[in-house]
Design a protein around this ligand. Structure first.
Ligand code: GLC
Length: 632
């Protein structure tokens, strides 16, 4: 062990002397940390050099943990489902677009409290390269907050305010790449060989071409290819996303340790949840799509274990927009149960919600959700209607086929429908990264896609009402599917597309900016007016939050079983947790729909649909876009 590192480690251990909790955690999770790292780096002499530094960083973080955070460590160790409870509701926002600065966010906490939020994901807020920076996903300094948003002290103060409100703070850790402007990349550009080895660079096209043969492209329109020629280096740099986002090389153990230190310092600031951005991409293998490689899981397990030892209050969330079978592995399956992430985005659910809304049919959604692997024990989904990214129409041929459809045609239909190009479409979105075969991903706010924008512009009250119903339906499903539901900023008041996005030359090549509008506080001010659009939406979403809280079957770890209702326009879902039951019945059309009331009785719940419908002889009649939550 290098002398200074040893001194550091020993100092930390002295400070931890008597901290039995730390020693127990170290003993309990040590093998989970060391094992994957030995598997990854055992044969690399650089690992022996790095290992002591890693241990020292873990011990230092644990020793420096402030008393409030230690208490939280203890609390969450004994209530490991703290993120999965029925009262949990998340909110996602850009700091500047929501409240200007971190200080501004602190001032807006009453708004979030009122809405019932328990979890706040603030979009990338660490210092990024100047725009364009992929909405902050090109980090130039992991140790500083973007100056226009505030300082690390502001972040610490916000985390503490949130804690006092019972809200957890989630922050992005951009693990796959840094900005070209990050000091590591800058040192590499200046000729520092050690830093050059943090990245994947190549002297000619031979290796890049060999990889390209099987690599997909994330942004084929505005950032084609996966490699960028860097004249100052005289080398090709691996850049999966934009040319200014340099992929890190995790075959280098020093990179792992550097990123571990980033995570540890965020935990010290009081961050509760780390969102592992683009995590499937961390390991590359020739002849593959370079996603979800087994080594990615070893990396995640090691990160998770070190955080369990240093700061067990901190949870992990995977941003892995991959196939369901691959996705669940980020939640820890088999012998890795409980050893990876606590949460992962249920991208497929989002896609299926919009698919059902456009087609007014639920066969595909029912089949595809039934085919989803169950969520591993101790983990949960993040369920959501919209997020800051485009919607990629991830519907497989297999799932479409089972519902009697062609995958290609259905994906094409969705791209057309949500761009507003299909006869009768209510949507006002746009195509993102269109492909020659007519398929495309989709941009647009929830309100624009659900028809609120078009209806309001046309002054068509009937259509406005239907659009509000659609938005509430989508949220009712995201809130009851099972998982931690996320509300995307402004959806609670129906914010429309940002029309100004294309006028900003630094953003105009990326239409995802259309659905990242600025919060409209004047509109939010109308949330108490029951006659306004905002009041109707806010009121309905607020009710969903309240009703969710009151229903233990909503627990994210509960069972979630899609049912065939016998009516292709009504989606059915049975939830069960700790002896509590919930039957969700959702009408995805603008017409009344019926299901036999025997279905309700069979599942042991009470046919009391409230405003979502009524009983008529042997039928439960659901109002247009009505969603009933029937409990036992
Ligand atoms: C994630 C983010 C996306 C970003 C990408 C690269 O997928 O959600 O917005 O472009 O990572 O960092």
């Amino acid at each position: 062990m290098r002398a200074e590192v040893r001194a550091d480690f020993e100092r930390a251990l002295t400070e931890l002397d008597g901290d039995d909790a730390f020693l127990v955690r170290l003993e309990r999770h040590f093998a989970d940390l060391r094992g994957p790292l030995v598997e990854l780096y055992g044969a690399d002499p650089r690992f022996d050099e790095q290992w002591p530094a890693l241990l020292a960083a873990v011990a230092r973080t644990a020793a420096a943990r402030d008393p409030e955070l230690r208490e939280l460590d203890h609390e969450r160790e004994i209530t490991p489902d703290w993120l999965h409870r029925e009262h949990a509701v998340g909110y996602v926002a850009y700091v500047d677009r929501f409240a200007g600065t971190l200080q501004g966010v602190r001032e807006r906490l009453p708004y979030l409290r009122e809405l019932g939020v328990t979890y706040l994901h603030l979009m990338p807020l660490l210092r990024a390269r100047p725009a364009p920076n992929d909405g902050g996903y090109a980090v130039a300094d992991y140790g500083a907050v973007e100056p226009a948003l505030g300082t690390i002290d502001d972040l610490r103060a916000l985390a503490s305010d949130l804690r006092a409100e019972g809200m957890a703070l989630c922050v992005d850790v951009v693990v796959n790449h840094t900005a070209r402007e990050h000091p590591w990349a800058q040192a590499a550009l200046a000729g520092d060989g050690r830093r050059l080895a943090y990245y994947r660079t190549f002297e000619d096209r031979s290796v890049p071409d060999a990889y390209e043969a099987t690599l997909p492209q994330v942004f084929p329109d505005h950032a084609p290819g996966n490699f960028t020629w860097e004249p100052a280096l005289g080398r090709w740099v691996w850049t999966t996303f934009n040319p200014y986002q340099w992929d890190l090389d995790y075959t280098n153990p020093e990179v792992f340790v550097a990123m571990a230190e980033v995570m540890l310092s965020l935990s010290a600031v009081g961050v509760d949840v780390l969102r592992l951005d683009a995590v499937p991409f961390l390991w590359k293998r020739r002849g593959t799509d370079c996603q979800n490689q087994p080594e990615v899981h070893l990396l995640v397990q090691a990160f998770r274990a070190l955080m369990r030892i240093a700061a067990p209050a901190v949870a992990f969330k995977a941003e892995a927009i991959v196939s369901p079978r691959q996705l669940v592995t980020y939640l820890g399956v088999g012998r890795h149960e409980g050893k990876e992430c606590d949460l992962a985005y249920h991208n497929v659910l989002m896609v299926l919600l919009w698919s059902a809304l456009a087609s007014r049919r639920v066969a595909l959604m029912t089949h595809a959700l039934r085919a989803m692997p169950p969520v591993p024990r101790g983990a949960g989904w993040l369920t959501y209607v919209r997020c800051h990214d485009d919607i990629g129409w991830a519907i497989t041929e297999e799932d479409a086929g089972a519902a009697g459809e062609s995958g290609h045609l259905h994906r094409r239909f969705l791209a057309d429908f949500y761009a507003g190009d299909f006869p009768g479409s209510f949507a006002r979105g746009a195509r993102f990264q269109p492909e020659p075969d007519g398929e495309a991903r989709t941009s647009g706010t929830a309100a624009a896609l659900a028809g609120l924008e078009a209806a309001a512009d046309a002054g068509d009250e009937e259509q406005v009402d239907l659009a509000i119903r659609r938005l509430v339906l989508l949220h009712a499903l995201a809130f009851s599917h099972g998982g931690l539901p996320l509300l995307y900023m402004g959806d609670e008041i129906g914010l429309r597309n940002d029309v100004a996005w294309s006028q900003d030359p630094l953003r105009s090549d990326d239409n995802r900016w259309m659905h990242r509008p600025w919060m409209d506080w004047a509109a939010a001010g109308r949330r108490y007016d029951p006659g306004s659009v905002e009041g109707r939406l806010w009121g309905a979403i607020h009710r969903l939050v309240e009703e969710r809280k009151a229903s233990p079957a909503m627990h994210a770890q509960g069972r979630s079983e899609p049912l065939w209702t016998g009516n292709d326009h009504v989606f059915g879902l049975l939830r069960e947790h700790a002896g509590h039951r919930l039957l969700v019945l959702a009408n995805v059309t603008e017409h009344e729909q019926r299901v036999g009331v025997h279905l309700v009785h069979e599942h042991g719940v009470v046919p009391r649909p409230g405003g979502a419908g009524r009983l008529e002889a042997d039928d439960l009649v659901l109002v247009p876009y009505g969603c009933a939550w029937l409990t036992s």
